[in-house]
Write a protein that binds this ligand. Structure first.
Ligand code: PEP
Ligand code: MG
Length: 908
């Protein structure tokens, strides 16, 4: 059989169909499919991807020879259906030429519109449309597109200027206008003339006037674009084989500006903002797409109800609306009926909300495009749940339709879209904790707390934060720091609180003494308003309106659905009863990491802690720790009560002690007074404790091993709290976790202290509670010797923040200084502190899990680093057989969804 190289479509018929995607490319297959389901699409034809390969094998001349008969025939088919003729000045047909590979490759290859134009055809278009300006505008666009794409005038490097753009700038300058839309017909004519002269100068050839020549030139250019540098690079990155090739789609152009019975517009089968099942969209009579974008005329609503809602918002009376701004439903009822029927059919066919472009040419409706519509997080959930309830998609499909990252929009406040349009962007940092916040600048934690208590909204702006800033962070609407990465203190704590945070905004110059911050030359003072978006890292000047989080029944139903499929459990990182309660509300089934250091800061506790730090010997430390014990016990009771019946992993003290002492003069003076010692003594002690990033000194289990009395006190507090609660009928499942283990003996030494203390405590109280002793795996050596460590440790929790830090050798607090360059140069694809590095760090996690279980088959393994709430990392944890992930409370829903999706992806 002869090879078929060209597939036509149009008038409800098509030689191709959706499942010929490999041969026709995504676009070609879709155009064919739309025809087959009765959507009026401008007719055209698709040259197959196989021809692209043939082109590279046998060259242009032979391919043209092979293709010519089929292309000519296909063109005739289009001419008949459009009742016009390619290249005929009396009744011209214009076409578009577009690439279309099997996989979507956005922006990789170019499109040529209005092909078939020359000076004579132009006259025909003017006669046909009665619109001279439109005709010339189409012509100049065509010459530019063709010149750039086919004739190679488009610059290949960023530094070079597109000669056409330069001419446009010159003509606008001469005309004294700013916008293209302000150019007159005479200017547009001048542009075409100058464009053609530029072509002659650059190529030595005249701009091709023969439509046939133009068409073949465009077809070959699309094939060539498959091998351009951009495309090769994109394919390499996405793993797309070169043999796939691209198809070429040639399609009739249609015009919505051919009089009062022509129109153009866009429409959506459901509301993309809130998900409501309401057909909506806009149209403009006697216009083309550009007019809608240029904003010269205000498009009108297509449905009557949409139009009425619009008028109500604009304060326009119903009589005036119906007269001046009628909906399409009222103004073009026949067309509207067709549009409504087709949008309904398209949604039923694709089983998702459709975003459609259409044009009405002299009373005939054409669909130019349909695709699954972009939507807000709220609309995403509502539409998926509605489609499921309507029986259009299954439960599993509904789950797969949800982008876990977009759930954030439902869980945190976001900026109001309209307010954001007028906001002035100051700088960009790392999107450390999602949400949006607006408030007055404060630089110190105590000021934040004070001003918040006085009813003000504040944003805490710091070079970096430390546990000392906890109260201020909690009082602030959001936190902005100049230093620190995605796992810096500010980022981790803010995420735990569900508070918006932008970290590592390197262009911030903060002067604590003057209480000012300079951002790229703009000086802001304490009390000035600032707004930050923790989902994008953007920082805005002034106040920007926010919209509250919007969790509703659809969201709750979605969450219930995740439990039906997920295998991986989701715990939370929480260290207050309040956070624990929030996490339970979101469906967490335990605490995977309770960082005890945050419990040492409030009131009396920090005093006793500092007393311990100043003590010269164990005796002094024990005395100070005895004061802390009742507070710790009380804190633990709150947490275990909130987690009644669920396991709680409490990590023993981890951070270096210098985090508990003041570093500023004022703080040191206050501490000296409180402790009854000289400021000099305090300063000396602070200096001796000082460590620099990355903190790899006196922290983790090294603290507990050098000062075992700390471990003793914490063990007493944890188990003591459980004994009391148990007597009240609360079910406690404590898991005591040793941080930063690197050597088996380090762990064993701590385990001995814990078990001996427990035994003593149980004897004293005449009661006992079951508990486990396990470890964090966050040092590469621990991962490499996991089989040995599992001989003593009863569970593993991977601290992937530190494990990433130590595997890459990147300080987690200093990565912001080089990360943007690394991302820009594609040395790193993503921030490894945000998305788990599956090839390196992930490999250690997998190896350690397997090795640990080879010693202790029932070893419970989870992760508690920030990756525990990141969808791709959660899915990886499922695949390697971890038992749970643990993440900050507000990420629990995201992790639950990702865990369910991981199971469904496996089914594929
Ligand atoms: C970790 O290192 O991954 C971890 C959870 O501990 P932290 O962030 O407190 O160091
Ligand atoms: Mg750690």
């Amino acid at each position: 059989m002869e090879t078929k190289r060209v597939y036509t479509f149009g008038n409800g018929k098509a030689e191709g169909k959706a499942d010929l995607r490999n041969l026709l490319g995504g676009k070609g297959a879709n155009l064919a499919e739309m025809n087959l389901i009765g959507v009026p699409v401008p007719p055209g034809f698709t040259i197959t991807t196989d021809v692209c390969n043939e082109y590279f094998r046998i060259g242009k001349d032979q391919v043209v020879e092979l293709l010519r008969p089929e292309v000519e025939q296909a063109l005739k088919h289009v001419e008949i259906l459009m009742n016009s003729k390619f290249g005929d000045p009396e009744n011209p047909l214009l076409v578009s030429v577009r690439s279309g590979a099997r996989a979507s490759m956005p922006g990789m290859m170019d499109t040529i519109l209005n092909l078939g134009l020359n000076d004579e055809v132009l006259e025909g278009i003017i006669r046909k449309t009665g619109n001279e300006r439109f005709a010339w505008d189409s012509y100049r666009r065509f010459v530019q597109m063709y010149g750039d794409v086919v004739l190679g005038l488009k610059p290949t490097s960023k530094e070079d200027i597109d000669p056409f753009e330069k001419i446009i700038e010159d003509v606008k300058h001469e005309a004294g206008v700013h916008l293209d839309s302000e150019l007159s017909v005479a200017h547009l004519k001048d542009l075409v003339k100058r464009f053609k002269a530029a072509v002659k100068e650059e190529t030595g050839q005249d701009f091709p006037t023969s439509p046939e020549e133009q068409l073949w030139g465009a077809i070959m250019a699309v094939f060539n674009s498959w091998m351009n540098e951009r495309a090769i690079l994109y394919r390499r990155m996405e793993g797309i084989p070169a043999e796939w090739g691209t198809a070429v789609n040639v399609q009739a152009m249609v015009f919505g500006n051919m009089g009062e019975n022509s129109a153009t517009g866009v429409c959506f089968s459901r509301d993309a903002a809130n998900g409501e099942k309401l057909f909506n969209g806009e149209y403009l009579i006697n216009a083309q797409g550009e007019d809608v974008v240029a904003g010269i005329r205000t498009p009108q609503q297509i449905t009557k109800i949409g139009s009425q809602r619009w008028a109500e918002r604009a304060g326009i009376s119903e009589a005036e609306r119906a007269d001046k701004y009628p909906s399409m439903e009222e103004a073009m009822p026949e067309i509207y009926k067709q549009l409504d029927e087709i949008q309904h059919n398209l949604e039923m066919h694709y089983r998702d909300m459709q975003d459609m472009e259409y044009t009405v040419q002299e009373g005939k409706l054409w669909f130019l495009q349909t695709r699954n519509g972009k939507r807000t997080g709220k609309a995403m959930v509502k539409i998926a749940m509605d489609l499921m309830r309507e029986g259009l998609i299954t439960e599993k499909e509904a789950l797969k339709r949800i982008d876990p990252n977009k759930l954030d929009e439902l869980l945190h406040p976001v900026f109001d879209h309209t307010s954001l349009l007028s906001a002035h962007l100051l700088t960009k940092g790392l999107p450390a904790s999602p949400g949006a916040a607006s408030g007055q600048i404060v630089f110190f934690s105590d000021d934040a707390a004070e001003q918040h208590a006085g009813g003000k909204n504040v944003v805490l702006v710091r070079i970096e934060t430390s546990p000392e800033d906890l109260a201020g962070m909690s009082a602030a609407e959001g936190i902005l720091t100049a230093r620190g990465g995605m796992t810096s203190h500010a980022a981790v704590v803010a995420r735990g609180m569900g508070k918006c945070c932008v970290s590592g905004a390197g262009s911030l110059l903060i002067d604590y003494k003057k209480r000012t911050v300079e951002i790229d030359g703009k000086l802001l003072h304490e009390g000035d308003f600032i707004s930050i978006d923790g989902s994008t890292g953007k920082v805005y000047e002034g106040s920007v309106e926010t919209r509250a989080a919007e969790m509703d029944n659809d969201f709750r139903e979605l969450m219930e659905l995740t439990d039906k499929y997920a295998k991986l459990k989701v715990r939370t990182n929480a260290d207050t009863p309040h956070d624990a309660a929030i996490a339970r509300g979101f469906g967490a089934v335990g605490i995977g990491l309770c960082r005890t250091e945050h419990m040492f800061f409030e009131g009396e506790k920090i005093r006793a802690m500092r007393e311990m730090i100043l003590s010269e010997n164990a005796e002094g430390r024990v005395k100070a720790l005895d004061k802390i014990l009742p507070f710790q016990e009380k804190d633990f009771k709150g947490i275990f009560r909130a987690m009644d019946g669920y396991p709680v992993t409490v990590r023993l003290l981890d951070p270096p002690l210098h985090e508990f002492v003041p570093h500023d003069e004022k703080g040191q003076e206050e501490m000296a007074q409180a402790m009854g010692v000289s400021v000099h003594t305090i300063r000396q002690r602070v200096e001796s404790l000082c460590e620099h990033n990355p903190m790899l000194g006196h922290r983790g289990c090294r603290l507990g091993n050098t000062y075992p009395e700390i471990t003793e006190m914490q063990t007493r507090a944890i188990l003591g709290a459980c004994l009391e609660l148990q007597a009240e009928g609360v079910k406690c499942l404590p898991e005591i976790m040793v941080p930063l283990t690197g050597i088996l003996y380090e762990f064993q030494a701590q385990e001995t202290v814990i078990r001996e203390t427990a035994e003593k405590l149980f004897k004293e109280r005449g009661a006992s509670v079951d508990f486990k002793v396990g470890t964090m795996i966050e040092i590469p050596r621990a991962a490499l010797t996991a089989d040995r460590i599992a001989s003593s440790a009863e569970f593993f929790s991977f601290g992937t923040n530190d494990l990433t830090q130590m595997t890459f050798g990147y300080s987690r607090d200093d990565i912001a200084s080089f990360l943007p360059v690394y991302l820009d140069k594609k040395i790193l694809k993503v921030d490894p502190f945000q998305v788990l590095d599956q090839n390196g760090v992930g490999k250690l996690v997998r190896m350690a899990t397997d090795a640990g279980r080879s010693t202790r088959p029932d070893l419970k393994c989870g992760i508690c680093g920030e990756h525990g709430g990141e969808p791709s990392s959660v899915k990886f944890c499922h695949r390697i057989g971890l038992n749970y992930v643990s993440c900050s409370p507000f990420r629990v829903p995201i992790a639950r969804l990702a865990a369910a999706q991981a199971v469904l992806e496996e089914e594929k």
